[in-house]
Design a binder for this molecule. Structure first.
Ligand SMILES: Cc1cc2nc3c(=O)[nH]c(=O)nc-3n(C[C@H](O)[C@H](O)[C@H](O)COP(=O)(O)OP(=O)(O)OC[C@H]3O[C@@H](n4cnc5c(N)ncnc54)[C@H](O)[C@@H]3O)c2cc1C
Length: 306
């Protein structure tokens, strides 16, 4: 395979797929590199997506497949590889992957975001042995068992609702006295008989013996601590950008998001940031796909100047 491209798109979530579609339509010699065998990024982990125009109620996994099939039909080149570094060299960019080296005139960073870690004792020790960041991926392992979800936003509440349908009991641990999740999600959660909410409480330690047995929490108001017996601890306390590759290539903000506006232009010539990885107000599929298109439009202008 030819390894020098007009455009190398890293990540095949909605942003990368949007970019690949527009690049193919623009006749660019582009390739999209994805570390996973399937495309769709974060959205493949959700059961139902109801807010993407024209595809009401589509499953997340099916959405990824549908997007990818469309992009493949337009002739996009997919490479399964994990990119480990990107450097500029003689006016080009060189991306090192596990399976190959790719040289390109432009780069679109579309590596998205992933769940934040809490950093409490026991968390990393028990990842895969009771600690999880994805209820739809791992929930089935906890059928008829007790689980805890940590967080108070849409994702945490969605996770708790999903788990309530599988587990004996679900405890939601939230550090405030009200949830940030949408009212409809809150209502769906609080109407479940097998859900309890521990308000004003923070997780202090994941406790286990080979696998998770409990979560220790502290009530911020009273200072009291207690252990909630559980086989699974699901952490849903926010997202972090997957922007390690972009460090030293273009400017990032203090939270690690690549600084780029709606045109997806970064501080480095020929480098674009699309989707959840860039500074923006709304991180959703619809905005990620749109970013992909904008990144290609900006890159086309740049390529013409070379
Ligand atoms: C549980 C959940 C439910 C959601 N529900 C909705 C919803 O209902 N509606 C909605 O609009 N949005 C929803 N979202 C948000 C939506 O999924 C994201 O906004 C969107 O996926 C962002 O797309 P992206 O392409 O920017 O990044 P991502 O989806 O994160 O994709 C990034 C891709 O890059 C790949 N990658 C990362 N690093 C590398 C590397 N080094 N080399 C190669 N490949 C790499 C990853 O494997 C991944 O495929 C949800 C998110 C979650 C987690």
């Amino acid at each position: 395979m030819e390894n020098t491209f007009d455009m190398l798109i890293i990540g095949s979530g909605p942003a990368g797929l949007g970019a690949a579609l527009y690049a193919a339509r623009a006749g660019l010699n582009a390739a999209i590199v994805e570390k996973n065998p399937v495309s769709g990024g974060q959205i493949i982990n959700t059961t139902e997506v109801d807010n993407y125009l024209g595809l009401p109620g589509i499953g997340g996994y099916e959405m990824g497949e549908t997007f990818r099939a469309h992009v493949e039909k337009m002739g996009a080149v997919f490479i399964e590889d994990t990119i480990s570094s990107v450097k500029s060299s003689d006016g080009l960019y060189v991306a090192e992957g596990v399976s190959g080296t790719y040289t390109s005139k432009t780069i679109v960073f579309a590596m998205g975001a992933e769940r934040s870690r809490l950093g409490i004792p026991g968390e990393s020790e028990y990842v895969g042995r009771g600690v999880s960041y994805c209820a739809t991926c791992d929930g089935a392992f906890f059928r008829k068992k007790d689980t805890v979800v940590i967080g108070g936003g849409d994702v945490a509440v969605e996770d708790a609702i999903y788990l309530a349908g599988l587990c004996e009991h679900v405890t939601l641990v939230h550090r405030r006295d009200e949830l940030r999740a949408s009212v409809s999600l809150q209502n769906a959660l609080l109407s479940r008989e097998n859900v309890t909410v521990e308000w004003n409480s923070v997780a202090e330690e994941v406790i286990g013996e080979g696998k998770v047995t409990a979560l220790k929490i502290r009530n911020k108001e009273t200072g009291e601590t207690k252990e909630i017996p559980a086989s699974g601890v699901f952490i849903a306390v926010g997202m972090d950008p997957v922007s390690e590759l972009a460090k030293g290539v273009c400017d990032l903000n203090e939270r690690g998001y690549i600084i780029a506006g709606e045109d997806c232009v970064t501080s480095a010539p020929g480098v674009y940031a699309a989707g959840d990885i860039r500074t923006k107000h709304l991180r959703q599929v619809i905005t990620a796909v749109a970013d992909g298109a904008c990144a290609v439009s900006s890159a086309e202008v740049y390529i013409r100047t070379l």
